[in-house]
Ligand binder design. Sequence first.
Ligand code: ATP
Length: 577
Amino acid sequence: MSSSRPSAFDALMSNARASSAAKKKKKNTPPPQASTSSPSPIKRKTQDPDSAKVEAFSDSAKKSKSLTTQTDDELKSKVVLLKRKPGDFDPERVSWWEKGERVPFLFVALAFDLVSGESGRIVITDILCNMLRTVIATTPDDLVATVYLAANEIAPAHEGVELGIGEGSIVKTISEAFGRTEAHVKNLNTELGDLGLVAKGSRSSQTMMFKPEPLTVVKVFNTFRQIAKESGKDSTEKKKDGMKALLVAATDCEPLYLTRLLQAKLRLGFSNQTVLAALGQAAVYNEEHSKPPKNTKSPLEEAAKIVKQVFTVLPVYDIIIPALLTGGVWNLPKTCNFTLGVPIGPMLAKPTKGVGEILNKFQDTVFTCEYKYDGERAQVHCMEDGTFEIYSRNAERNTGKYPDVALALSRLKKPSVKSFILDCEVVAFDREKKKILPFQILSTRARKNVNVNDIKVGVCIFAFDMLYLNGQQLIQENLDIRREKLYGSFEEDPGYFQFTTALASSDIDEIQKFLDASVDIGCEGLIIKTLNSDATYEPAKRSNNWLKLKKDYMDSIGDSVDLVPIAAFHGRGKRTG
Ligand code: ATP
C-alpha cells in the first residue's frame, strides 16, 4: 500500500469543503433518472454458465483498466432505482450479486448515499423499503445485519452492548489505515466536522497494491459486534485492528459510512422508527405467508404500524425479523409478543397547564391522580428463577445500578408472586428524616457495579403499575385491574417500597390541594390517569390517557426572565453558520 500524492488528496478535500454548497445546488436540480439501459456487464446474474465465464473474464479485463470509475458509476445508476415508488420497483434490477450470496456493504453504503441527498420522510422510507426488499429477495439471511446497520445499532438497547471506541481511536485508525499523520486527520476533522468525510477523502486518494475482498454487510456487522466484545488488556489495539481491516477494504463511499457507523452518528436524518416503517412495508411486498386482515385500507401503512408496535413490546430485531420472514407481517403480533426479561417501551404522559385543563379533558371519565415523583423510572423484571433485571426509561440495563431495589422487591413480594414486571419510580430517600430527596442526589449514584454494602444514598421504590404477573400479561387490562394486581402482590415498607400516593376525586379544590401537598413533600406535581375505560397500558406512547401536571409548567407558577444573548457558537463542519 502506498501513501497518496498530496495534490489528489487536496483536490478531494476541497471537493468535500465545497460539499455544502453543492448540496444546496443539488436540491434545485432534478433527481438523477433511473437507468433503463440493458443489464450492465458487472451484473453477474446469468443463467448460462459459459456466458458467465465470458462475462467474468471481460469483467476482470475491465477491472485491470478502470475498476472504480466505470463499475462504480454503473452500480450507482442501479442503486438510484431504489428511489422509485415501491409499486414500480423491481429488486432484480438493482442487485448485482447472486441470490444467496452475501449482500455487499457497498449496496447499503450507496443506498445511504442516496438517502443523504433527500430530506423528505416519504422518499427516505421508500429508499430504505426498497433496499430491504432487495435484501429479502436475494439474501434474506442478511436482513438482520442490514436492519441493524440502517438503525445504527449493534444489539438491542437493553443488552448494553457498546462499540466502546472514542473519537481519538478512530482518528488513529484512519491515519494508520490511510497513511496519514494523526495531526493531519485531526486538522481536517476540525475543518470538516465529520470524520466520515475525512476517511472518505483519505481513502479515495490512496492507491492500493492488493485489492482486499469487497466488504459484505455481514462482515461489517460481525466485525462491529467483535469490536464491542473486546475488553481488558490489548482491547484498544484489537478494536483498532478490527476497524482498520474494514477501512482498508472499503471503497467509494464505504469509508464515509463505516466511520459514521463506528461513531454512532449516521447523520442521515432518519430514526429507527423510519427503519421499522420501511421494514414493515418491505415485508408487505414479500408477503407469501398471510393476507392483510379484511378491510385493511392501506396495507403499507398498516404493516408499518404493526412492526413499530411490535418493536415497542419486543425491541429485538434478531427475534422480530426471523418471525417476519417466516410467519409474515400480519401474523407478527401473534408470533412476537412481549417477553419477560426484555423491556417494554414505557408509557408516557402528555403535559397540561392546570387542573382546569385536566377536568376538561377527562370530563366523562373516571380518573385517578398520583404524585409525580422526581427520581428515575425503573421497569423491574422478576424472572421465574427469582433473578431481576432493571431497565431505565430508555431501555438501558440498570440492574447493576440498583442492587438494593432487587433486594427490597425480593423481600417484599408476596409468596404467591413468582414473576412480574413492575413499573415504578426509584427516588433518593432519607430514611432517618423520612424524606424524599431531590433527583440531583440520586444522580450521584454510580451507573454500574454498585455494591449493596457501599450504598450511601438509599432509595425508595414508588410503584405505580404492574405489566405482567405470574405468566399473565396485564398491559391490555385497564389500570384499575393492574393496580389491584399491584396492591395484591407486595407488602409496603416505608422508605424502601411504597405504592404511589393517589387520590380518587374530580373535585377541583381537592385536586389543587393534592397538587400542593405533592410539591410540598418534594414531588414534581401530579400524573392523572384514566382508570377503568380507555385505560390500558400503551407501550412507548405519550398517551392522552396519562396527563402530567408539573409545577414548572403551570400558568400560575413560575416567572419570566429577560435575557440578552452575549455570544453564539458558529457551528462546526456541515453545521457552520
Ligand atoms: P417527558 O415525559 O416530557 O419526556 P421527562 O422525562 O422529564 O419528560 P416527566 O415529564 O418528568 O418526564 O414525566 C414522566 C416521568 O414521570 C415518567 O417517565 C416517570 O419516570 C415519572 N413518574 C413519577 N411519578 C410517576 C407516576 N406516579 N406515574 C407515572 N410516571 C411517574
